[in-house]
Design a protein around this ligand. Structure first.
Ligand code: ADP
Ligand code: MG
Length: 327
């Protein structure tokens, strides 16, 4: 987003010295950062760096072992997870989490659920207040459908859509709760280069037209540099540096973090190109596109090209993306 020059925008979200361990793994250690109102703030780093865990902490899926978080100046360290969307923070997941047997519009209306103000009796009796609310919901969902160019898919079952469209629908659904802060976890994973370019436009439109602040975890450096105002780089659970996309990309420690990961790779395809080069979908991910694009396997979607997630056996919390709990 183009932010006015001069004074930095006010802080919308702030994390101070956040730490979280899973058994012996220090997933996040003493991480501090702020997200300013109106900006696109990206978090980059090799796989396993702790990026998704930061989102899971913001979303209150996990309690931090230490540190504080505030939103609009209010402490949110103890806000229950189910209240986070009401507070004004929604997210998408690394793996899309849509209701496959519902249409796109229905999925979006579910996303609006957080704004329901009528009670159950009013809804059952379909009183005027409930009717007005339903009309308002639908009109907002239609606006989002227009903004993200989803008219053609509006009445299709989400399960029947190509992967790239599903990812956009997931963003649309998160927007339907009218968040102040939208968290996008690897929005470009599994997308082809053309779809990633479209995504850059959607992100810019969301930012400019809806005024929504965006925090994004992303591997595609083209996308990161195109849309981000500021970038935080992480490695091994810690923040290395925060700054403009070009400053961060050229920071020696950032290059080292990626290079270490890159050299550690023993898969030939993963060695090609520069460590921070754009991620191209693997052959498997792109087979049969565009109409019958194969759903990337869980591994392909969760893992970035350069590394694998460590499995923590015996850990009570599964090393898996959590279920949809944000709405
Ligand atoms: N629920 C969990 N249980 C156990 N370990 C986890 C869990 N979530 C993440 N981890 C571990 O924490 C580290 C950071 O993971 P994550 O935040 O998913 O990294 P990133 O998103 O940067 O790839 C990894 O070592 C990962 O295996
Ligand atoms: Mg992740």
């Amino acid at each position: 987003m183009i932010l006015p020059a001069g004074e930095p925008a006010p802080t919308l979200f702030e994390a101070r010295d956040l730490s979280l361990s899973f058994g012996g793994v220090k997933a996040v250690r003493d991480v501090s950062f702020e997200i300013r109102r109106g900006e696109v703030f990206s978090i980059i780093g090799p796989n396993g760096a702790g990026k998704t865990t930061i989102f899971n902490l913001i979303n209150r899926i996990y309690d931090a072992d230490a540190g504080t978080m505030s939103f609009n100046g209010e402490d949110m360290s103890r806000v229950p997870g189910h209240r986070v969307a009401e507070l004004g923070i929604t997210r998408t997941f690394q793996n899309t989490e849509l209701f496959d047997r519902a249409t796109v519009l229905e999925n979006l209306l579910i996303g609006r659920h957080v704004h329901r103000r009528t009670n159950l009796v009013a809804e059952c009796l379909f009183l005027p207040s409930a009717r007005r609310q339903e009309v308002a919901f639908r009109s907002y969902a239609e606006q989002i459908i227009d903004l993200l160019d989803l008219q053609a898919s509006r009445d299709q079952m989400a399960g029947a859509l190509p992967y790239g469209t599903r990812k956009v629908v997931e963003i649309a659904r998160a927007l339907c709760a009218e968040p102040q802060l939208l968290l996008l976890d690897e929005p470009s994973s599994g997308l082809n280069p053309e779809e990633s370019e479209d995504l850059a436009f959607w992100i810019e439109d969301i930012s400019a037209d809806l005024g929504v602040t965006i925090a994004m975890v992303e591997h595609d450096m083209n996308l990161v540099t195109t849309v981000s105002n500021r970038v935080m780089a992480m490695a091994d659970g810690a923040a290395i540096t925060t700054g403009t996309p070009s400053d961060v990309q050229n920071h020696p420690e950032v290059l080292r973090a990626y290079l270490g990961d890159f050299e550690g790779s023993d898969v030939p395809g993963e060695r090609e190109g520069a460590p921070l080069a754009r991620k191209e979908p693997s052959a498997g991910e792109r087979e049969g596109e565009p109409l019958a694009r194969k759903e990337p396997s869980a591994g392909e979607r969760e893992g970035a090209p350069l590394a694998r997630k460590e499995q923590c056996e015996g850990e009570p919390l599964a090393n898996k993306e959590p279920p949809t709990v944000e709405h």
